[in-house]
Design a protein around this ligand. Structure first.
Ligand SMILES: CC(C)(COP(=O)(O)OP(=O)(O)OC[C@H]1O[C@@H](n2cnc3c(N)ncnc32)[C@H](O)[C@@H]1OP(=O)(O)O)[C@@H](O)C(=O)NCCC(=O)NCCS
Length: 232
């Protein structure tokens, strides 16, 4: 989780995030949050029981290139009607690396506890629409599906974004033919908010597109109930 290592009044002007060395030489990143200045160590991580979330590093690009495979199982589930490859995602990740990417993060990578890079999380957040965001997840290494990693990663990501941004709602949009994603949402307390019937065409059939969401107060109430549990 985010561990503030020091807070001072925010005086950063337009600087949203900047790297500075701490007295002990550890590089930290400072950014504005809730009217104050928060400092986060550069080796930022969110640790779960099954997965660790962390910012992208250059070595991840090779995994993205390997995952850019039209035959992959993930491609069959993740918006298959778009039939898009990962080229734009890869370009975006490279841009992030070249721009000294810092918190609050709008995407993080997912590792297993053994340090294997297996996918990513993202938020389609816009400062022009600051109170609601859609988020996404992709675990590309499909032999690891069904072991609880998706649910845990999505839970850690939702929690991080509610803490970091002034959001009232977090949601995602998927489709009828993605039972894994729908189950992750239901298990974490997201509720169906909209269903656009027969609005995506996949392998010769029409399917409903489904949007699910959770409010900040609903998330906090679930966290209280789940004390000591393993979902949140
Ligand atoms: C959706 C996704 C993140 C789920 O990850 P995961 O690690 O399998 O998630 P979990 O193990 O926590 O599984 C959640 C539930 O869904 C079930 N599930 C996972 N994949 C499934 C599938 N393809 N078909 C049916 N059920 C599935 C799991 O068995 C589990 O059920 P359970 O709680 O009854 O045991 C993963 O399948 C994925 O990355 N898919 C490709 C990308 C994608 O579709 N992203 C969403 C775009 S909107």
């Amino acid at each position: 989780m985010v561990e503030p290592v020091g807070e001072q009044p925010y005086t950063g002007g337009n600087t949203k995030s900047m790297s500075v060395p701490r007295k002990d030489g550890v590089l930290i990143r400072r950014y504005a949050r809730n009217g104050g200045l928060v400092a986060v160590p550069m080796d930022f991580k969110i640790e779960g029981r099954l997965v660790t979330l962390r910012p992208i590093v250059p070595a991840d690009i090779a995994d993205y290139e390997r995952w850019n495979n039209p035959e992959s199982k993930a491609r069959q589930y993740d918006g298959p009607w778009y039939n898009e490859d990962l080229s734009k995602v890869i370009e975006g990740r490279k841009r992030r690396l070249s721009q000294d990417y810092g918190p609050p993060y709008h995407s993080l990578e997912i590792d297993t506890k053994e340090g294997r890079h297996i996918g990513w999380l993202n938020a389609y957040y816009s400062e022009r629409d600051p109170h609601a965001t859609e988020i996404g997840i992709s675990i590309q290494e499909d032999e690891l599906w069904g072991k609880g990693m998706g649910t845990e990663a999505f839970s850690l990501w939702t929690d991080y974004l509610f803490k970091e941004l002034d959001l009232t709602r977090i949601g995602f949009t998927t489709w009828q033919g993605n039972p894994g994603m729908l189950k992750v949402g239901v298990k974490l307390g997201f509720i169906e908010e909209a269903r656009r019937r027969k609005s995506c065409f996949v392998r010769g059939e029409f399917y409903d597109r489904i949007s699910m969401g959770i409010l900040h107060e609903e998330w906090e109430a679930r966290k209280k109930q789940d004390k000591g549990g393993n979902r949140l």
